[in-house]
Design a protein around this ligand. Structure first.
Ligand SMILES: [Zn+2]
Length: 179
């Protein structure tokens, strides 16, 4: 290896990408946690358990560790997981950066919880976008569904939480259930 590659490329850079990703997504003390772990960006569980497997995967991607390229998530709302990673230039990554929900992403999200669909005790009544603040303090607009619980109470749920099976009842029914 020679030239720039010896200085800023190669395995060291790949190792930094692995550790940086895991740190941003799992370490609450990381200054970048709010934008990653805090907004639900995760690292594939098998890679957290075995950093060597993470390293091997990204080392095998085109352009791995080359100067001027850095590890990038293809879908910015998905995590560091197989199929969602590539090595790109900073300008390509800026183009892919978060700008709030883009129209096709917004539509895709709404299609996960169409009006009338049911999630546990909740029926979707309508849709709206609301600001959502992550535990890390980062606020962005996310898709919510206004839902009616079987008990009659109306409330709002993040569509992501409905789709993932996280939200299946209103607060009151949840309390009653755990009581
Ligand atoms: Zn209820």
């Amino acid at each position: 290896m020679s030239g720039a590659n010896a200085v800023c490329g190669g395995p060291k850079k790949i190792k930094r990408a692995v550790c940086g990703a895991i740190n941003r997504c799992t370490n609450h003390a990381s200054p970048k946690y709010a934008d990653y772990g805090g907004r639900g960006i995760t690292v594939h569980a098998a890679w957290v358990a075995d950093r060597g497997a993470f390293f091997a995967y990204i080392a095998a991607l085109p352009g791995a560790g080359e100067p001027g390229l850095s590890l990038d998530r293809i879908d910015n709302d998905q995590g560091y997981e197989p199929g969602n990673l590539r090595w790109t230039t900073a300008s390509e990554q800026r183009r892919n950066a978060r700008r709030g929900p883009r129209p096709n992403r917004r539509r895709k999200m709404l299609e996960k919880a169409p009006v009338g669909s049911r999630f546990g005790r909740l029926s979707v009544v309508s849709h709206e976008h609301r600001p959502y603040t992550t535990p890390g303090g980062y606020t962005r607009m996310v898709a919510y569904a206004v839902v009616r619980c079987d008990c009659g109470i109306e409330c709002a749920r993040r569509i992501a939480d409905l789709a993932s099976g996280h939200s299946t009842r209103c607060e009151q029914c949840a309390r009653r259930r755990s009581a």
